[in-house]
Structure formats: C-alpha cells, structure tokens
Design a protein around this ligand. Sequence first.
Ligand SMILES: [Zn+2]
Length: 495
Amino acid sequence: MPRSSVIPLHRPPSPSIARFLIPGWLVAGTFAVLPSPSFAQQSPPPLEVVIANGRVMDPESRLDVVRYVGIQGGRIRAISDTALRAPVVLDATGMVVAPGFIDLHAHGQTPENYRLEALDGVTSAFELEVGTADVDQWYTAREGRAAINYGVSVGHIPARMAVMGDSGGLLPRGPGGTRPATPSQITQMRQTIERGLQRGAVAVGMGPTYTPAATQWEVLEVFRVAAKYGASVHVHVRGGLDTIAGFQEVIGASAITGAPVHIVHLNSSSTAQTAKTLQLVAEAQARHLDVTTECYPYTAGMTEIESALFNGWEARPDGDFAALQWVATGARLTRQTFLRYRKQGGMVILYNNTEDMVKLAVASQLTMIASDGHIENGKGHPRTAGTYSRVLGRYVREQGALGLMAALRKMSLMPAQRLEYRVPAMRDKGRIKVGAEADVVVFDPGTITDRSTYERPAEPSVGMKYVLVGGVPVVKDGKFDETVKPGKAVRGIVR
Ligand SMILES: [Zn+2]
C-alpha cells in the first residue's frame, strides 16, 4: 500500500492540498486509513472517541452522507462508512454531524457565556469587534478555564480609551470617543495595536461609531498597522445619517492599505439599507477586495446607553424612546428614564430592524453568522444563547430561507477562512476532514431551536446532542458538562 494513504493519520495533509481533495478521497473505501503490515510498528494509536452513524455534513468538501467519525488526540483521524471501535461511542443516529460553530463576534468571554454558547453549538468564540489593549493579560485570564476555544483582537477602541484617558467600560463614555487625537496620540494607538499583533492577537478591532472623533486618517492609520501583520480589521461601521458612507469608509481603507476588512453585524448596521450594503460587499468582492461580513438573526441590538451611539438622541421625539428596553429590568424607556440611565450607564436593547431585513441578511450567501453576544448574571440579549439554533430552526427548517449546508458553511467554514491567513490553526477548524481538530457538533435538525427571549435571555437552546471541543464532549446528551475545560487559546502568528 502506498505510503501516501497512511499520511492522514500521522500528518494531516497541508491545507493547500486538502482544499483540492475531492470528497471521494475523504471517504474512499471503507476506511480513510487501512492497516499495513509494513507499517506495523508505526500503527496509529487507537481511536478514543467515535461519533457513530450520523449524517456527516462538511461545507468544504460538501460531503453529506452517513458516516462514522473516529477521533484521537483531539483530531479527526478517520471518516468511515463502516463501524469504528473506540472506548467512547457517541450515537449520532438521525443526527447531523457538522464542524463546531465559530463565532467571530462574542463579547461574552466568561464561563457563563461559554456554557450558553456551547449549548448553541459554538466551539470557538472570538471577541474581535472591541477586543483588548492587553492581549497577554486577556489570554492568561482564560488559560485552562474555558469550555470552548477563545481568541481576541487588539482593539482600536480600548487603545484609544487608554491613550485619551477614558473611564468607560467596554466602550468609551468620554474623550476616548469624542476628543480628536493628536498625531502623537495616534502614534501611541498604533504602537499599542502593533504590540498586540506581535503578542498573538488574531485580528484588529474597530468601531468608529463609538469613536466619532476618530478621523478618516486615524482609521487609515489603524488599517496600515493591520496590513503590515496580515490581520483583518473587524469594524462596527459609522452610523448616523448615511449608512452607505460608513461602509465606504472601511472598504476604501481596505482598498488603500491592503488590510482585509470584516464588517460586523451587517443587519443592525444597515437596517432598511440591507439590500444596498449587501450589494456593496458583493461588488467589492467582485473587485477582488478582501471584504467579508456577518449578521445575527434578531431584529433588536444591544449596546451601552452611555456610548456615542446615542449622541443626539436627546433631540428625538418622545415616541422614539419606546424602541429602547432597559436590560436590567426589561422596562421600555421614556425620555426621562433615557436621560437618567444615560448618566448612570448600562446595557440597553434597541429595536431598530424589521424581520424582512434580518431574513435578507441571514439568507444571503455573503454573510457569516455571528452572535455579538454578551450575558452577565443571566441578563443581556437572547442572541448569546440562541443565535445558531435560531438560524437552524427558524430560518432553515421552518422558513426554508436557506439550506442546511449553506447555513453550516456560514457558521463554520466561512469564519475559519476569514481568519486563516493570520491564524493558520484555523485551517484545521470549520471542517470535518481527516486531520481537522475534533471540534464537532451533533444535533437533531428536526428539533433544534432557540429558547432565549428578550425577557429570558439565558434560556439555553435545545437540540444539540453532543458538542465536542478538541475531541472532548462539553455537551453530552444535551447537557453541559461543567467539569471539563478543553477550550484552548487561538492566536495569530507573526510572519
Ligand atoms: Zn458587538
């Protein structure tokens, strides 16, 4: 037997080769790897876990058949159409077996958030829009304590807050957002971002809507640093009067500097302009610009009431404030409570979109699915717990707005590909293939559904039978296992 047929067990094929392998290779014969007498001494270690008899769906190879998946050492080692043996066999009969979901927009990076995300099928969660100014400290705080994989960007917002002396929390509430920066202050921000990239940040975060005093030149300066390190810039674009201008600013910055750009939550940043902003992204891609985007499946957003997003709201008519819901109590706001809470600070839900626009964004083949989630002590937005199951239950099964494979691609392969130049480890995520990391979801496509609501945001989704992170089940028979913490840091590399 030629040596090449043994390679997958000992050394995963290089991603550039794997990309061109046809599904038939992955599933050739009864077993991806056959025992060979001449390699008896090198025989592979026995499988540790087998996912048995599930409908294996891989968005990269488009494999969609019933198979057995064998796992050893945290990686997928075999994909077989006949039974495999291992001490642990997880029955997936009637279930879909797919790559674990990769959330590129997860602000909640605590055990409480990881539990809800795991029960929704997420195996890797990244905080990329806001990010951090101290990459080392961010990773150290999670080492050995995370149920799912985690990663962070170095953020322009926190870098600007540090340089300008802003006392806000997640987002600026003072000079970090509203004071123009001097050239030397911009240099300091660039240095913070550069240091973060050297320390393994997976991307660069940015949100000019929260830092309205940042000029277009300051935005370009941030993109220039990202370009130097091959890092994508994950941006909450400027809102205000002209949504299209917000998109043009960062697509232009990407074209000028060469840094890839990822526009976060196209749904809430576009609302009534969704068809137009999707067209912009498609046109930029047709011009070979590295522009990507994401959405979440809800008509309301959530952010900090003290942030610059609400600058100018004081002048709005009384009726507008009912579109806001105070997270701590669930009450709708009035002009009086808006003014009081804006001084106090805290999370507010903003009902600003229509179901038609959300459906347009979710069904588009251009968007990835990302939660933008953040839960604290059970309070927050239902998207933390429900994003992925809601897409699979509501938009795939109930409405037929998109196909199951298309949805899985938006949840796993596309986000892996977004990061894989800067983070080569992502080439072994987001796929069911021999050699890939064993981040796998096993779910019932007939019942999977979200249960979280604006009133009860921390209700976990149902339908995930098993969720494996590096081959370790963190969800077993639909229950989260508090005792295992297989999540690992995901970092960028410096070339
Ligand atoms: Zn966000």
